[in-house]
Design a protein around this ligand. Structure first.
Ligand code: GDP
Length: 295
């Protein structure tokens, strides 16, 4: 996807560079191509349209038509706008609170459990934290097993209680356990469903209300395109989450999700998942992502 979009943008901007004389018509044509490239990358239509309008205004405002290197200036404007659209600066997660409680939300299969492990590993190794993972999926015993496997891999304790079918009380007991063992970050992995449904939403809303996490993260599979945006909106309406985790960016992903989600829910993307291994986690830098998209 990225090569594709970057190639297309490159072509679009090349048209502009190739013209001896830059006219408003060339700029308009180029922007049309840019818009098409964004749509192909699964960026929402309205967002793509408003993006190109902003770029056009900036281009005219910065006198791109009379600039000595109009192509380069256009590329810079497009890149800067793309960076802004994805949030501008990188955003940290909130680690205040003792312990700091991080609640993971998202659909089943989005990569929540994997990411919970990656985040615990990251906080342990890069931020010298002592994390505790808490398994709150009371429906799928396999999910609890999976978190234990992950915990063992990275040397992080996992709290679970297979007899308890109440996720709120498991989360509370997990936090209590963290205090007892001196863990300073608690990562709560919750149950997901295959699609947004009321029971799941009520459950996560309940956990959220009772434990009042410092940080609520929404995990989404970047391969799901426009669906990712709709899911993000549904979760944000209920949880007013603090940040987004985009997983599976290593695959043939539709990078449009990164752009659209930020625009629709106006919450920062904080981390990306780039593989199945515990080390495949990166802080999300909007400018790096823009570079990757533009090539
Ligand atoms: P959950 O149901 O939300 O807890 O999702 P899981 O953590 O079980 O992940 C579902 C599948 O996606 C698993 O096979 C993971 O190995 C895989 N997965 C998770 N994150 C990534 C990622 O960043 N890249 C790739 N390629 N696979 C991932």
């Amino acid at each position: 996807m990225f090569d594709n979009l970057s190639e297309k943008l490159d072509k679009a901007l090349h048209v502009l560079k190739g013209h001896g004389q830059i006219t408003e018509i060339n700029v308009a044509e180029t922007l049309k191509e840019v818009r098409r490239a964004l749509l192909d990358a699964d960026v929402n239509f309205k967002i793509a349209k408003s993006f190109t309008n902003t770029v056009k205004e900036k281009a005219l405002g910065q006198n791109v038509l009379t600039n000595l290197q109009p192509g380069q200036l256009m590329v810079k404007i497009v890149k800067d706008e793309l960076t802004q659209l994805m949030g501008g600066d990188a955003e940290e997660i909130n680690l205040t609170g003792s312990p700091s409680v991080i609640l993971m939300s998202g659909l089943q299969g989005s990569g929540k459990t994997t990411f919970s492990g990656k985040l615990a590993n990251y906080l342990k190794n890069k931020k010298s934290k002592k994390p505790l993972l808490v398994a709150c999926d009371v429906y799928r015993p396999a999910a609890i097993d999976q978190l234990h496997v992950v915990g063992e891999q990275i040397g992080v304790e996992v709290y679970s209680d297979r007899e308890n079918k109440n996720p709120v009380s498991i989360a509370e007991a997990g936090i209590k356990h963290a205090k007892a063992v001196g863990a300073n970050v608690v990562i709560i992995d919750t149950a997901g469903r295959l699609a947004v449904d009321e029971v799941m939403m009520d459950e996560i809303a309940n956990i959220h209300k009772v434990i009042k996490p410092q940080e609520t993260l929404f995990v989404v599979d970047s391969m799901t395109g426009q669906d990712a945006v709709n899911t993000a909106k549904a979760f944000n309406d209920i949880l007013n989450f603090d940040g987004v985790i985009l997983t599976k960016l290593d695959g043939d992903t539709r990078g449009g999700a990164a752009i659209s989600i930020k625009s629709v829910v106006d919450k920062p993307i904080k981390f990306i998942g780039t593989g199945e291994k515990m080390e495949a986690i990166d802080v999300f830098y909007p400018s790096r992502m823009a570079d990757r998209i533009l090539g």
